[in-house]
Design a protein around this ligand. Structure first.
Ligand code: AMP
Length: 541
């Protein structure tokens, strides 16, 4: 027997309708590429989205299920595109501006983008390849100055597109399982692959991030969205904020630590998101130049790579700001798990609590995790048994766009993450490595992540990344790339070895160290171990 409940379609139109009718006064603040500040309300967003959807159809001939690319920073126009493209029945394909030229060309052609909305400051990147982008019929330029010039064909300016178009427009209604957005993986191996999100997955993911065990957001919050809108839909925050009634602050290209700190102060931001590298930079800048007044920032949500326990500890001790660790992937929309303490942890020591918070956390409602061991069995949740993390749930892809390969899916339909993890008896998942980053030395596994996090706990170290290098005797040995906080305060390999020997067995401790100015990073700011491996592939230091 079916329940007698209305069939209410969970669409991005429904998100925007809700935000507009319940929180019309709430603000969206943008710090634009030219450093000017723009502020308007959810009600303004709503009207402009109606006009933009209308313009897409009447001026640019957009049809249902057309793919429309965005190549842009975080700002109000990009939020308009998040809603207006699906509002016109089309699919918002956010293109990662930090991918290689070859990858960008590949994904635009693979997705068959019909229109690309592009920030003026990013135009030179696409001008070079425009002749190869065969499906693109129009380029719409955002934030162009008066002197802007381009060789791109069929150019129209964003405000000119909206000019004279009415906001009296009925959304093109989609069914909740229709696609509304697409992101490609950042692809450190092979070509990037498309993850196509549905209206339903987007709606439910946004609701779940908002919930208290996850991001814990409400109409009392002002949130800084540092995660780029071109990376996994800014973790769904532009959708979540409309449901939560939270004010959004969008930094565009103003992502240097000092610019972020100024924004935190000026806009009285109390929550934020971002990858660890960004927060490490902000922490260092705050240490060098402590703020005169306590920041309004209460907590920052971190994912994308592991949040070092030392950073959680430092931020909290020095500035009273809480780091909240989360895990996710492009293929999981992205949020999968968050690490928050529970009432049963109240009486634990600070250090024990920190250890739990530094794990990747327990699954949020809508997601299931399991660990599959080398012999194919599901590991017990005992915090010890290790294997590949698999995930399934409401916002996890069931296949890649235009790809028949089932390589990343188990026979019973779970997604194989490539992360090597444990799950403890309380359900907290902890990543010990990527399958391809594990080091096997003399037949024993070494977790590169555990070692790099430990090295980053040394006072004088800012960043550390550990990779395997070939070794005649042991087949592989770990090599640590280390970035010091202060180049004049040298640390010797011996000092690091002694420091690590409190927590690691001798065979796990790297004997090879290289001191670098910077760890090579991927398009989304993670340690690029592939690049490091290339540099040290021969074991030459
Ligand atoms: P992406 O699809 O680019 O967001 O990358 C997803 C991958 O990033 C995951 O499979 C993990 O390897 C890594 N990742 C994401 N969040 C975390 C985290 N909190 N700790 C460690 N690795 C993470």
């Amino acid at each position: 027997m079916k329940g007698q409940i209305m069939s209410y379609q969970l669409t991005t139109n429904a998100i925007l309708e809700y935000g507009n009718s319940v929180f019309p006064h709430q603000s969206i603040i943008s710090h634009l590429p030219d450093k000017t500040r723009h502020e308007y309300s959810f009600a303004d967003l709503y009207k402009r989205c109606k006009r933009l959807s209308n313009a897409l159809i009447t001026k640019l001939g957009v049809k249902r299920a057309d793919m429309i690319g965005t190549f842009a920073w975080n700002h109000y126009q990009h939020v308009e595109l998040y809603y207006a493209i699906p509002g016109a029945g089309a699919i918002c394909h956010t293109i990662n501006i930090r991918l290689s030229e070859q990858q960008i060309e590949y994904i635009i052609n693979n997705s068959e983008d019909k229109i690309i909305f592009i920030d003026a400051s990013l135009v030179p990147m696409l001008e070079k390849m425009a002749s190869l982008l065969i499906t693109v019929e129009h380029y719409v330029i955002i934030n162009a100055s008066a002197s802007f010039k381009t060789t791109l064909p069929n150019v129209i300016h964003y405000e000119d597109l909206l000019e004279g178009v009415s906001d009296d427009f009925d959304w093109i209604e989609s069914e909740e399982n229709d696609a509304c957005a697409m992101c490609y993986t950042s692809g450190t191996t092979g070509q990037p692959k498309g993850a196509l999100y549905s209206h339903r997955s987007t709606y439910l993911h946004a609701l779940s991030i908002m919930s208290p065990n996850a991001g814990c957001y409400s109409a009392n919050d002002t949130i800084l969205l540092i995660v780029p809108q071109f990376h996994v839909m800014a973790w769904g925050f532009p959708y979540m904020c409309l449901l939560a009634g939270a004010a959004m602050v969008l930094p565009s290209l103003n992502l240097q630590p000092d610019a972020i700190i100024q924004m935190l102060e000026k806009e009285k931001i109390n929550k934020a998101n971002g990858v660890p590298t960004i927060w490490l930079g902000v922490y260092e800048a705050l240490k060098k130049n402590p703020p005169k007044e306590k920041l309004a920032l209460e907590e920052y949500l971190v994912g994308g790579s592991a949040l070092p326990q030392s950073l959680i500890e430092g931020f909290e001790k020095d500035f009273g700001i809480k780091g909240v660790h989360a895990w996710g992937m492009t293929e999981t929309s992205p949020l999968g798990s968050v690490s928050r303490l529970q009432s049963k942890h109240k009486n634990l020591s600070k250090n024990e609590q920190l250890k739990i918070r530094a794990k990747q956390g327990f699954e949020i409602p809508g997601i299931e995790l399991r660990i599959v061991q080398e012999d194919g069995t599901v590991a017990p949740r005992d915090g010890v048994a290790v294997g590949e993390l698999e995930v399934r749930g409401v916002w996890v892809i069931d296949s890649y766009y235009k790809t028949a390969s089932r390589e990343k899916f188990s026979d019973d339909g779970w997604f194989k993450t490539g992360d090597v993890s444990t799950i403890d008896a309380d359900g907290y998942m902890e990543i010990t490595d990527r399958t391809k980053d594990l080091i096997k030395s003399g037949g024993e596994w070494i977790s590169s992540v555990a070692i790099e996090i430990a090295i980053m706990g040394h006072d004088k170290v800012m960043e550390a990344a550990v990779i395997a290098i070939p070794d005649d005797k042991w087949v592989e040995r770990p090599l640590a790339g280390v970035v010091l906080r202060d180049k004049d305060q040298k640390v010797s390999p011996e000092e690091l070895i002694t420091f690590l020997s409190k927590d690691f067995a001798k065979y796990q401790i790297p004997e090879h160290y290289v001191f670098l100015d910077e760890i090579p990073k991927t398009s989304v700011g993670k340690f690029n171990k592939k690049e490091m491996r290339k540099l040290y592939a021969e074991g030459k230091l």
